[in-house]
Ligand binder design. Sequence first.
Ligand code: SF4
Length: 729
Amino acid sequence: MGRLDAFLRQFREQEQKLTVERREKTQCPYCSMQCTMYLHKKHSPYSSRYQVSPNREDPVVQGRLCVKGMQAHVHALDRNRLKSPLLRRNGKLEPVSWEEAMDWFRRKVTDTQRQAGRDAVAVYGGGSLTNEEAYLLGKFARIGLGTCYIDYNGRFCMSSAATAANQAFGVDRGMTAPLSDIPRAGCIIVAGANIAECQPTMMPYLRRAKANGAVLIVIDPRKTPTAKLADIHLAVRPGGDVALVNGILKVIVEEGYTDEAFLRNHTTGGEALMDYLQSVSIGEAARESGVPAEEIIRTARAYGEAETGWVLTARGVEQHATGVQNVRNFINLILLTGKIGGVGSGYGAVTGQGNGQGGREHGQKADQLPGYRRIDEPEHRRAVAEVWGVKESDLPGSGVSAFEMFSLALERAIRGMVILSSNPLVSSPDVGFVEKALKQLDFLVVIDLFLSETAEMADLVLPGSSYLEDEGTMTNLEGRVTLRRAVKKLPGTAKPDWVILGEMARVLGKGKYFSYSSPEKIFDELRCASRGGIADYSGISYGRIEEEGGVFWPCSRKDTPGEARLFTDRRFFHSDGRARLTPVPHVSLPEPTNDEYPLVLTTGRLMPHYLSGAQTRRTPDLNGKAPEPFLYMHPDRAKRCGLENGQEAHIVSRRGEMVLRVKLTSGIREDTVFGPMHWGGEQCINRLTLPELDPDSRMPSFKACAVRVTPVKVKGIPKISSMQGERSG
Ligand code: SF4
């Protein structure tokens, strides 16, 4: 053995002796499954190494993790994390102290509000915040800034399902029963949800249901990995969901699958729906939806004949200008057949973001106060004002939805904006418009982990906390409240998001309303503020969550369990206890195809990435699996367009244009192309998407806009206007 080998062996032995290993329980920051895991840190004077192992005691996923969860810690440990505040000077972002940053913030807010009123400063939140931070952000907007303008990126995620569930059931909790109920279903309809890629650890529930004999029906314009598992795959035309479901409802009624006693005793609106369905023809439904009549009939019979059934919807159904009506029609199907409240039956909106559920309950929505209370209800306002120690008249009124805030920025009604953990310059529809709006602001403050595309436009960037450093509760897609402890120190001078919000309030002279010593203290206040609301968390505590492995809401008493299954007594949350059916006529897409724009563009997620990609594009093992976005296209359509696999295509909508390489797949409708949503700059698919908003939920029409696709070599293509450069992860 040479001297070098001997030295290395000695060094390794020494390092091993000095290595300290710690194991901490944490929770994936990505999708709404919120899988728990252990983070192992091996630390010696010479190196630190991290590894992840599953938590087999997890009551929801029993030790399963997907590729994103296994790699989640990588972005949190990235050395390019923001470590100090950055302030724009002479056009460049430069590190400054927190004192300087906060002083600048105070002056900007004070000057702007003095000149243009309190509502001139807006707040934009995110669906990955903890419940405590979502709650605090709502309070910061209303009390710290005194503005009515607050909304969040969940508007682009769950708002249609939430509105539809509120209208139909009087409550919006993602799932009406726990995931463990799904394997008991006789038939499962999965509509517009690519669970295999977006919530991979949920798939075993569907597989178990199938093994138990359930018929699995997947409705999606693409043959996704989820659709490949289906017994029946309905390749619906984007925008055809209502027509498709009307066809199914027609068969349900005509062939006697309705539950008359349930309809009579527990619902209203059934007669109007039945009357309307008389005018529906299966042939018309087939034409409008693009699904053959025999498949519609087969689906109706499979669901109608099953004793029990679940319907799961997600963004494919919800991200439309008719998103609420699309979901209402699926709920019509559930209510007509009475498949709700009992074992093996229910409805689930498969939430996208990590805290998509809790994030929409406690006040970061334009019209909402904690506990799912309404800001325009005097009684609700009084209840929350009392907890906050202010007069009811001090609370502002309703604001506007996320995209509408950008319109107001362009009109100069909003002049300053604070964005927390969100990247709207990638995730909003028509990002060219959003970029113009952000440029109109007098000041933009972004709190984030990295210089995201949006942060790069900011005047002040504040370094916030990752999931490993941030303590708080999250509510998973079932409505189960979980607790994630902080397991790591923050880098540099970065601070927990809740601390940053408290400091911002303090410099604005509102510190006495934000003097919390820990996230648990914020949660205790949230419990009081939610007491008596629909999303009542008052009986939930950190101690209970840890002891019980999570607690379902509503939970109004410390000594009773939360309600894992809703509507067991067939009473719904409307004052008369009845669920609402409603006729839903089919309407055409807001932007129909024509000779100039002959294809429908639909958008969505890829397995290795999450939302705007700000974290996953910075994770080499995830980014390596999908380093660039492609345009997915049917080979026959590509041939007609003169395109081959891998060739660059020029994609144009009425709002913008871009170039992507084409990936050919027979698993997509010929009239539809698909683009993933995880990239910014010139690769941002939202350069093309349509900001037509649903009238009730204010959800944009991400899932359908008209485009044309041509080979890049075609003469006369205008040069693509340059947007902000893409940051690769
Ligand atoms: Fe679990 Fe979702 Fe994280 Fe995957 S991304 S590990 S399914 S929480």
